[in-house]
Design a protein around this ligand. Structure first.
Ligand code: FAD
Length: 412
């Protein structure tokens, strides 16, 4: 059986690896290189992430087994401890904010008392009409107003009261009242997967990406534009050329749906309702730091976070990216960065069209209708943009493992 995997990012490479022994797999990739948004670019002798930071960790045993036993052995990775900070007003505190009340108290006792009072008195009735209400009910009004709403308005370029909470559960530490109280008494760590993470010993994520692409048949510069089904031959034709028995998509769901030439209008219209945000960032030479991330909720400052990617390296290097939602020019970003003396020299920059999917009011119905349609025609869609989800690499890999099982059980 001939299978086309559309897209050679982490999702496409993972599913192709998992099925490569049993089936004839072609990976069709628009760009001249594999890795998608997880790939690094080398500048100034330093491999940096043009999109995000891409450290690896997972709570899934089967993902660990696949990556460390079949792709890149554990001894090829460094284990790094997260050291994240929040720039809060004119001082810095540890991430996550809800365990940093004692640090806030040093600067602003009244605010620390208000945050504590509101957290303890928050009532979580399990009913969340929007993301803002989710923050208010989980963390109390003061945390919501002082931190979560401003930060999330920045990173989504959208007001949290116009967004759904659907993406958030696995993304944030959510302390209960006992954990919060323990955090008031002593230093506490959250148990999120990125509390510790893995980064290749080569100091370049491409070592992992290239291992994931090893031995695959990847057709580069192949831009999938049209997909047609021929009911006589029971084959799918891509760009009126290559023919396959099955297609697994990992390219953006909106574009993929438009490429399905036989899709009904209501499905193509749903695809037009899907919203996503791009990001822009600058790579900087910085003052030395051992921080891994700095979050910046303050609305007066353009960037919402720094990723100190030099701290993913051993030995540590003095580089960071500053990240902002949407398209911004190099000059605009460099000017904004002048406000921060820790950012020394701008080295490179990048704009990406799609980094985050937006969970607005159309999200649930549009994605459900499209996925039901894709299911009904016997195709599969997978990955961060293929499923239009807020997935990290490990979740993309987990979904690939589950899908490979499903296809193997069905076909063998
Ligand atoms: C800012 C940011 C920070 C992140 N940080 C982390 C992190 O620290 N840790 C972590 O685990 N995850 C992180 N992630 C998530 C991680 O990047 C993704 O989960 C993962 O890389 C997505 O892989 P993918 O294959 O699903 O999508 P992509 O990487 O987008 O791959 C899709 C591929 O399809 C190709 N394609 C698109 N259109 C076509 C077409 N028409 N024809 C052919 N090919 C096409 C693209 O060129 C691309 O190669 C982050 C994401 C962002 C945006």
């Amino acid at each position: 059986m001939r299978i086309a995997v559309l897209g050679a990012g982490v999702s496409g490479l993972s599913i192709a690896q998992l099925l490569n022994n049993e089936f004839e797999i072609d990976v069709l990739e628009k760009k001249e290189i594999h890795g998608g948004i997880a790939r690094t670019k080398s500048v100034d002798g330093f491999a940096y992430h043009t999109v995000g930071g891409h450290c690896f960790n997972t709570k899934y045993d089967d993902v660990r087994d696949f990556i460390f036993n079949k792709i890149l052995p554990l001894e090829e990775w460094n284990k790094i401890k997260r050291n994240s900070r929040i720039r809060f007003y004119d001082y810095e505190i540890d991430y996550p904010i809800e365990f940093s009340i004692r640090q806030i108290y040093q600067h602003d006792p009244e605010l620390a008392q208000k945050l504590t009072f509101d957290f303890i008195n928050a009532v979580d009735d399990g009913h969340y009409p929007n993301l803002e209400e989710w923050f208010r009910k989980k963390f109390g009004n003061a945390f919501a107003e002082e931190y979560f709403i401003p930060y999330n308005t920045k990173i989504w370029n959208n007001e949290p009261n116009k967004m759904s909470h659907l993406w958030v559960e696995d993304k944030l530490p959510i302390p209960n009242k006992k954990m919060f109280f323990d955090g008031l008494m002593a230093n506490m760590d959250d148990n999120m997967p990125h509390f510790e993470f893995y980064y290749p010993k080569s100091n370049n994520q491409n070592t992992f990406i290239d291992a994931l692409a090893h031995n695959l048949n990847i057709l580069y510069n192949f831009d999938v534009q049209s997909i047609d089904y021929d009911s006589d031959s029971k084959k799918w034709a891509i760009n009126n050329d290559q023919e396959y028995d099955l297609i697994i998509n990992t390219t953006p769901l909106n574009d993929f749906t438009q490429a399905l030439t036989q899709a009904p209008d209501y499905i193509k219209n749903s695809a037009q309702l899907l919203k996503g945000n791009g990001i822009s960032n600058v790579l900087w030479k910085t003052k030395p730091t051992n921080k891994t991330w700095t979050y910046i909720p303050n609305n007066d400052y353009l960037f919402h976070r720094y990723i100190h990617i030099g701290s993913f390296n051993i030995p540590n290097q003095n580089y960071a990216t500053s990240e902002v939602i949407g398209k911004h020019t190099f000059d605009e970003m460099v000017n904004a960065g002048k406000k921060d003396s820790s950012l020394l020299t701008p080295i490179d920059y990048n704009n990406s069209d799609l980094a985050y999917v937006v969970f607005d009011d159309n999200y649930k119905k549009a994605t459900t209708d499209i996925k039901n349609y894709i299911d009904s025609i016997g195709l599969y869609t997978l990955g961060r943009f293929g499923e239009w989800q807020y997935y990290n690499m490990d979740v993309c890999i987990k979904k690939a493992i589950d899908l490979a099982d499903k296809i193997q059980n069905k076909m063998m």
